[in-house]
Design a protein around this ligand. Structure first.
Ligand code: ADE
Length: 260
C-alpha cells in the first residue's frame, strides 16, 4: 500500500505549508502556475505539499495540478475557518463531513447551492479516512499535549482553554465573513454548517470529479464577526502553523502505524 499511496497536502496559508515542508525527507520542489509544489516523503509515504493561494478558483486549480501532474491518490486540505455555529470557539478543530459552496446559486435553473451538472449540493469526505485521524487530533488537543507546543500567552490571547474536535458540515465561498448579520444569515439558511472558509468545497468538487478521497481539517481562527479581520492574522502568526504541523505529524504516525 505504502508504495502506491501518494498524499497531496494543501494548506490555505503559506505559514502552514512552511511548517509542514519541514517534515518532508528527500525534498524537491517545482513551481507551476505561481505555486511551489514540494515533493518528498513523510514517514515513508510519498507526499506533495503546496500552498493553494486563496479562494475557490485557486483551490480548484491547485488540486487539479496535484491530481494531473503529481498523481496523488488522496488529498488532505488544512487551513483556518470562521465559526458559524455558536458552539464553536477559537482554537477548536473541524473535520469536514460534507462540503457546500454557499455562494453557488443558479436559481431558477436549479435549487440554491446545487452544483450545475452534478445535481449535488454537498460533497462527502471519506468517512473511514476521517475517523482514522480523529483520534490523533483529539489527543493533540489535550492540554498536556498543547502546552509544550504553544506559549501560555498565545493560548490566553485567544482564550483557548479546552479546544475540541467537531465533525460536521463546512461551507466555502469567495467571501471573508466579518459581520454578524452575514454569519447569522448563513447559520439560518444552512443550520448544519459549523464553519466557513474559502476553498474546501472547491477542492472537494475537483476530488469528487476525479474520484479521489479527501479530508478537510479546519482550525477555528475567528468567529466570523466584526473582530474576524483582527483575530485572523494574529491567529495565523501565533497559532495556526503550529496546529497544522502537529496535526499532520500525528496523522502520519497513524498512517504509518507508529502512534505517538
Ligand atoms: N477563514 C478564516 N476565517 C474566515 C472567515 N471569517 N470567513 C471566511 N473564511 C475564513
Amino acid at each position: 500500500m505504502i508504495g502506491l499511496r501518494k498524499i497531496g497536502i494543501i494548506g490555505a496559508m503559506p505559514e502552514e505549508i512552511n511548517a509542514v515542508i519541514k517534515l518532508l525527507t528527500n525534498r524537491s520542489e517545482e513551481t507551476i502556475g505561481k505555486r511551489t509544489y514540494y515533493s518528498g516523503f513523510i514517514d515513508g509515504i510519498a507526499t506533495v505539499v503546496v500552498f493553494s493561494r486563496w479562494g475557490k478558483v485557486a483551490a480548484a486549480t491547485t488540486v487539479t495540478t496535484l491530481i494531473q501532474q503529481y498523481g496523488i491518490t488522496e488529498l488532505i486540505f488544512t487551513g483556518v475557518a470562521g465559526a458559524i455555529n455558536p458552539l464553536l470557539n477559537i482554537g477548536d478543530v473541524v473535520l469536514g463531513d460534507r462540503l457546500i459552496q454557499h455562494d453557488m446559486d443558479a436559481r431558477p435553473l436549479m435549487e440554491q447551492y446545487e452544483i450545475p451538472l452534478l445535481g449535488k449540493i454537498f460533497f462527502e469526505t471519506d468517512k473511514k479516512q476521517s475517523e482514522e485521524i480523529a483520534i490523533s487530533i483529539t489527543e493533540m488537543l489535550e492540554s498536556k499535549n498543547m502546552i509544550p507546543i504553544f506559549t501560555k500567552e498565545a493560548l490566553d490571547n485567544f482564550n483557548i482553554k479546552a479546544p475540541k474536535l467537531y465533525g460536521g458540515d463546512i461551507a466555502s465561498g469567495d467571501q471573508f465573513f466579518s459581520d454578524n448579520n452575514q454569519k447569522e444569515n448563513l447559520h439560518s439558511k444552512l443550520p448544519s454548517v459549523l464553519c466557513v472558509e474559502m476553498e474546501g468545497a472547491a477542492a472537494a468538487q475537483v476530488c469528487f470529479e476525479y474520484g479521489i478521497p479527501f479530508r478537510i481539517v479546519r482550525i477555528i481562527s475567528d468567529v466570523a464577526n466584526e473582530n474576524s479581520h483582527l483575530d485572523f492574522p494574529l491567529f495565523i502568526k501565533d497559532i495556526a502553523s503550529k496546529y497544522t504541523f502537529e496535526i499532520i505529524r500525528r496523522m502520519y504516525s497513524v498512517f504509518s502505524g507508529q502512534r505517538l
